[in-house]
Design a protein around this ligand. Structure first.
Ligand code: UGA
Length: 453
């Protein structure tokens, strides 16, 4: 395959993964970002995010000249045959998608390319059918002759983004211009995956609907887990039993603290908002969000009940990132938990192998430690909020010895409950075991440990 000249606007998670991976496919890539500090650091091989394998790939392709970074649209777009827009579209307070970065990128492209017409490939998740699509924004900025715009939603998961790029379940391309979509499809010809070509709105909707469905599965299993708790069934076995049905599937049926991250919460909110401004009633999507928010409060209450009050208690949170193998804490369940526990008058002692620096910025009042054992010292309850693989190797006896009071909640349902109980922990991990178990002779803050608050 002969490589093409690609420019990627946005050196965030998606932009950087695409920049490195497209270079790996043999294309010549310029990655543009207006953040000069970020670009300077990237030129030195320092990444603003942690994503397995990405730093090595960025350094390798810069060294061999297939990837470079720029802060200038004129410079960065000069050779581009294809321009990828990969800027963020965060939620506004009412749940809509904030398109300021997309608009700025479109205006920058329109000014820099003058009369040339490279194909514009949009990877940013933009609202469907609001007239604010990239197509529309470009037409307003530099409309004649019109740009060929292809919507190419990404389905990368943080933590496995490079793997997902090279092994996608599908490649979705939406455009009014089938030939343009086919030219973009050809960029990926080395990748074996079904290619689906649709119109723009349909491609954008496939992205939203996919994330909303994944979120729905999680809130569904969390609601089932709550009912399991009430009736005394085991939610993990229920999920496993359901997942064996090929029509249901095992993925995204892990009950626990609920979904976080920069995508699922934002996209469900944006889809619900989008539906509502078009006069529909997205009741299911709203319920998915409500159930997710309630998960964090449920665990607060469970811990309160188990330790006999939160005022003056010390809560240890192990895992801060919204999922393992990333340092991303956006909308992370752990962040909500820290704030909830601090609000109730508890101290929070936290540990994460990657995400402490980013958590410290948003939660300066928590206490941060270098090891799980230090974080657990003297605490009244331990909560696992991220299923980091290293937690599977925790020395449970050492952890138990460090604690003041051995309440344990595995918010990701991945540790061995029997082993936790053998180490002396009182496990309140969604196993139908909600009644607090008194610790012989134990007490805290004048409460009998295990008594209701
Ligand atoms: C998600 C989608 O999975 C990707 O396909 C999509 O490309 C991406 O959003 C995006 O829109 O850019 P990501 O946000 O990286 O990817 O994370 P997920 O792996 O989907 O996990 C999201 C959250 O759900 C995490 O907090 C995770 O812990 C939680 N989760 C996941 C559960 O609570 N239970 C489960 O069974 C699975």
């Amino acid at each position: 395959m002969t490589g093409h000249d690609l420019s990627i606007i946005g050196a965030g998670h998606v932009g950087l993964v695409y920049a490195a991976a497209m270079a790996e496919l043999g294309h010549r890539v310029v990655c543009i970002d207006i953040d000069t500090v970020r670009i300077e650091r990237l030129r030195r091989g320092e990444l603003p995010i942690f994503e397995p394998g990405l730093q090595e790939a960025v350094i390798r392709h810069q060294d061999c000249g297939s990837l470079r970074f720029s802060t200038s649209y004129e410079d960065g777009l000069a050779e581009a045959e294809f321009i990828f827009i990969a800027v963020s579209t965060p939620s506004t307070p009412d749940g809509a998608a904030d398109l300021r970065a997309v608009r700025a990128a479109a205006r920058g492209i329109a000014a820099a390319v003058c009369d040339r017409r490279p194909i514009i490939v949009n990877k940013s998740t933009v609202p469907v059918g609001t007239g604010d699509s990239v197509d529309h924004i470009l037409a307003m900025a530099n409309g004649h002759p019109p740009f060929k715009v292809v919507s190419n939603p990404e389905f990368l998961r943080e933590g496995t983004a490079l793997h997902d790029f090279f092994h996608p379940d599908r490649i979705v391309l939406g455009s009014r211009d089938r030939a343009a979509a086919e030219r973009v499809a050809a960029l990926y010809e080395a990748i074996a995956a079904p290619v689906l070509i649709t119109d723009v709105k349909t491609a954008e909707m496939i992205k939203y609907a996919s994330n909303a469905f994944l979120a729905t599965k999680i809130s569904f299993i969390n609601e089932i887990a709550e009912i399991c708790d009430a009736v005394g069934a085991d939610p993990l076995q229920v999920a496993a039993g359901m997942g064996l049905d090929a029509r249901i599937g095992r993925e995204f049926l892990r009950p626990g603290l609920g979904f976080g991250g920069s995508c699922l919460p934002k996209d469900v909110r944006a889809l619900a908002y989008m539906g509502s401004v078009f006069g529909t009633h997205p009741q299911l999507l709203n319920a998915v969000l409500q159930i997710n928010a309630a998960q964090r409060r449920r665990i607060l209450q469970k811990v309160r009940t188990a330790i006999g009050g939160l005022e003056g208690a010390r809560i240890c949170i192990l895992g801060l990132a919204f999922k393992p193998d990333t340092d991303d804490v956006r909308d992370a369940p752990a962040i909500d938990l820290i704030r909830l526990f601090l609000n109730e008058g508890a101290d929070v002692a936290a540990y994460d192998p990657q995400a402490v620096a980013k958590t410290r910025v948003v939660c300066p009042d928590a206490l941060y430690f270098d090891t799980p054992y230090e974080a657990a010292a003297g605490c009244d309850a331990i909560i696992i909020a991220t299923e980091w693989a290293e937690f599977l190797d925790l020395d449970l006896d050492q952890l138990r010895a460090a604690t003041g009071h051995p309440v344990f909640y595995d918010g990701r349902g991945f540790l061995d409950n029997d082993a936790l109980q053998r180490a002396g922990f009182i496990v309140i991990s969604g196993q139908g075991q909600q009644a607090p178990v008194p610790v012989p002779g134990g007490s805290r803050n004048g409460h009998t440990v295990g008594a209701s608050a």
